[in-house]
Design a binder for this molecule. Structure first.
Ligand code: BMA
Length: 798
């Protein structure tokens, strides 16, 4: 993002202070080499001083070091000639969390928010030989003291985490380990420059005049001199703007017209086009600093209009309604510094390949890395961005906390606003639902719930000031008389699963935008093998219980497997059936809500990924191994989705099309008995209007049948199936699967309807958890090494 010009016209330079630091704890027990960026917990594992936290019950050992203070130290030399630069800053992109920073024994300042960058002017302190020391306080002891002073915050469990601006999930979550990290978790460097520097430059669409766009640019300037900023778009100079000052802040601002503009769209609506923007800061006409960013231009609105049931909640991008298909994103590791760019690439690409066009960055995690948002920008995935507050009261009645929260919000919005993928800023996760309905979150100070000063007053103002091109929403869920209303705003549907209801209840839910709903499933068997020994592989073994963080999580897995499929044969069948159940549940919900388009305008299931190897709601486990749900998502989020469902005692056949144009399609609809006898087969030629739901037919028929449907549009085929009863009531027979091995492919056929066809292989198969209509064929790339093919029938108790 920041350009370093070579010798000759040099204007700024970065000296990296990452790498090996010396670390020790205040009790004098540990002294070791630590890596920066990093956290102590990762160093202790790497040095063999603590075992891997994700194996067995090792997580518990990490609790014992939560109350330590840690000292990070390093020496470094600095080139004498650079000491004369106008400006020399020491920059910490992120410290976890509460720390005092000293250079050559001079106190530079303290850090109190892991999400923020801290910058210290070190010009007067820097020498040729230097000693840098960071003293990190305990992220448990300090907030505990604050809790003693100010009182316990209400929430689902007792918690001190509301008193510290640190990723909330690190104190444990219902899918996450408790590993309360400490460290210097983002890069550290010294930056030298002349006169002034530029930060948080951005551009956004103000208006469209035919094919031309009115674009506004602005950014902040720190330093002195006769300053101006030149702005280039795709190499062409658009304007030069004088640096101004307001409320003690220096900034530039300008408007220009961009001819024949190419807008940024979510990938399933248009091209996610990005422009190359260059912002050049000049002092007396000489370049002193620059920012280079890829920026997309788009207009976002949330349409909230009466629709007969209540009010819609529809994302509109550049005037086009977009049904949001996707999932919730949580931090992809409990030890964040174990994440590499490749991990982000893999996961975000997997989301796109599963036809998702939106991810929600959930409020108990982190404002994600630049890698994440850049990928979303490029791939055309919309981001629902929460502020990092979740499931708790937050002490915003205390002036110091409110100030810190405001400061964080402003800095984060300024930093991330240039990403076109961020289409919504959202105040928090579930706190307003908690105020309304959870009983112990109803404390008010001066008539205001703890946190609402931020969500209802401060954040909307900050977002409007800093990022007028992106809407703000107070919470998720929010809207209507109570925050989790079915009639307005977004909604979290947790009566299913957490409230012990089975997934057929999704069908009764008429929420306007389902931003959370989920069903647990086991991780991949190989992932279970990573954290357990063979003798521990029982659903209720202490190691398994440790790896399902929800209260009665394993109990629910068993209850829903038994309820929907009958008894498990063994541990392997438990793993398989839990995954299939999860996939079937989310498929059922998505089919219901997608076929209500736009009375419901989005389904984001809980959750895409995991932060460690665990039984959870994720579609992709910690090692990025897909669960059944992931393979299902590719199909149920496809642009064309045939849906068979009960309507008024009959069976209706619908086709949901998210395609942006009208299309002709041919439809085949067939019904079988489980024994494999064909009951009927029907063909239709239909016209699917752009972005529509079409009722193709309704038939009166028996509930015992298995339905298959295929829609063909321009050579592409979209298939689906539906059973109307529970699987355990269907008396599933042996489908009679045959596999023919060819040189590079395998061909799978079945004599009778086959479901949950699983490829057991060393390497991950290209597709899995498939279904087959008698007489049809699945062709897959041949998996390397030994493989086997099974289906639901093989996992059921007989
Ligand atoms: C919601 C989320 C998370 C939680 C999930 C599963 O409450 O916002 O807090 O992990 O459901 O219970």
């Amino acid at each position: 993002m920041i350009y370093i010009q070579k010798e000759g016209g040099r204007f700024m330079r970065r000296i990296d202070l990452n790498g090996r630091w010396q670390i020790r704890d205040s009790k004098g027990e540990f002294s070791l080499v630590g890596l920066v960026p990093g956290v102590v917990q990762a160093d202790l594992v790497r040095e063999g001083l603590l075992p891997h936290p994700y194996v067995g019950t090792n997580e518990d050992l990490f609790k014992e070091i939560e109350d330590r203070e840690w000292i990070y130290e390093r020496e470094f030399n600095f080139r004498e000639d650079l000491l004369d630069e106008d400006r020399v800053d020491l920059v910490f992109e992120g410290i976890d969390t509460l720390a005092d920073v000293y250079l050559n024994d001079v106190y530079l300042g303290s850090t109190e928010d892991m999400f923020l960058e801290y910058r210290f002017d070190i010009k007067g302190v820097l020498k040729e030989k230097n000693h840098l020391r960071v003293f990190i306080k305990s992220p448990v002891k300090v907030p505990k003291t604050l809790e003693q002073n100010y009182g316990v915050l209400g929430g689902p469990e007792d918690s001190i985490r509301g008193y510290i601006r640190k990723a909330q999930y690190s104190y444990g979550w219902d899918w996450g380990a408790r590993i309360v990290t400490s460290g210097i978790w983002r890069p550290v460097y010294i930056e030298t420059y002349r006169k002034a520097r530029l930060q948080d430059s951005t551009a956004y669409l103000v208006d469209l005049k035919g094919k031309d766009a009115v674009v506004k640019v602005n950014g902040f300037v720190y330093g002195e001199g006769d300053l101006s900023v030149d702005v280039f778009v795709n190499g062409e100079k658009m304007g030069s703007y004088q640096v101004m000052e307001k409320n003690g802040e220096k900034f530039f601002e300008g408007v220009f017209s961009l001819k024949n503009v190419k807008l940024w769209y979510p990938w399933n609506v248009g091209e996610p086009y990005l422009y190359d923007f260059t912002f050049i800061l000049k002092e007396s006409e000489k370049e002193v600093y620059r920012e280079e960013k890829k920026i997309g231009l788009r207009k976002v609105r949330i349409l909230q209009e009466p629709d007969g049931e209540g009010k819609t909640f529809i994302f509109e991008i550049n005037g086009e309604k977009v049904f949001a298909k996707g999932a919730n994103w949580i931090p992809a590791d409990n030890i964040l510094t174990w994440l590499k760019t490749e991990d982000y690439e893999k996961l975000v690409k997997m989301a796109k390949e599963a036809n998702m066009n939106m991810l929600r960055v959930w409020g108990g995690g982190i404002y994600e890395s630049e890698d994440f948002y850049k990928l979303c920008d490029e791939l055309g995935i919309m981001v629902w961005q929460d502020f990092m507050y979740a499931c708790l009261e937050y002490p915003d009645h205390l002036p110091w906390f409110r100030k810190l929260a405001n400061d964080e919000a402003r800095k984060i919005v300024r930093k991330l606003r240039y990403h076109p993928s961020i289409v919504l800023w959202c105040g928090n996760n579930e706190n307003n639902w908690g105020f309304d309905e959870w009983g112990n979150m109803s404390r008010k100070v001066d008539g205001i719930n703890l946190g609402n000063r931020l969500y209802l007053f401060d954040f909307p103002r900050i977002c409007a000031e800093e990022d007028p091109a992106t809407p703000y929403w107070p919470s998720s869920p929010y809207g209507g008389e109570k925050a989790n209303s079915e009639k307005e705003g977004d909604r979290h549907v947790w009566n299913v699963w957490s409230g012990w209801m089975n997934y057929d209840h999704y069908e009764k839910d008429t929420g306007k935008f389902i931003s959370e709903f989920g069903f647990q499933g086991a991780p991949h068997m190989k992932t279970i093998e990573f954290f357990s020994k063979p003798q521990e592989r029982d659903p209720f073994h202490p190691v398994m219980l440790k790896h399902n963080k929800q209260v009665e999580g394993q109990e629910r897995l068993i209850r829903f497997i038994y309820g929907n499929f009958g008894r498990c044969r063994d541990f392997e069948s438990f793993v398989y059936l839990s995954q299939l159940n999860q996939a079937e549940a989310i498929k059922f919900g998505v089919e219901h809500w997608r076929s209500r388009k736009y009375k419901t305008a989005g389904t984001l299931f809980w959750q895409l990924n995991d932060s460690w190897p665990v039984f959870s709601w994720s579609a992709v486990d910690y090692f990025k191994r897909p669960k059944a749900l992931y393979y299902y998502a590719r199909r149920f989020f496809a642009d064309v989705l045939p849906v068979v469902k009960k309507v008024d005692g009959k069976v209706g056949l619908f086709v949901v099309s998210d395609l942006r144009e009208l299309k002709k399609a041919s439809v085949r609809f067939a019904a079988y008995r489980v024994s494999g006898d064909l009951v009927f087969e029907k063909f239709y030629d239909v016209t699917l209007p752009a972005d529509s739901v079409t009722l193709v037919d309704t038939v009166s028929t028996s509930d015992d049948l298995v339905f298959f449907v295929e829609v063909r549009v321009e050579g592409r085929s979209f298939k689906n199936y539906r059973i109307l009863k529970k699987w355990r009531e269907m008396d599933v027979p042996d489908p009679g699967i045959s596999v023919i091995e060819k040189e590079n492919e395998i061909e799978i056929t079945a004599e009778r309807p086959a479901f949950g066809i699983k490829i057991l292989s060393e390497e991950l198969p290209e597709d899995d958890f498939l279904f087959l209509e008698p007489g049809e064929k699945i062709i897959l790339k041949k998996p390397g090494g030994f493989f086997d093919v099974k289906s639901l029938f093989d996992y059921l108790e007989r």
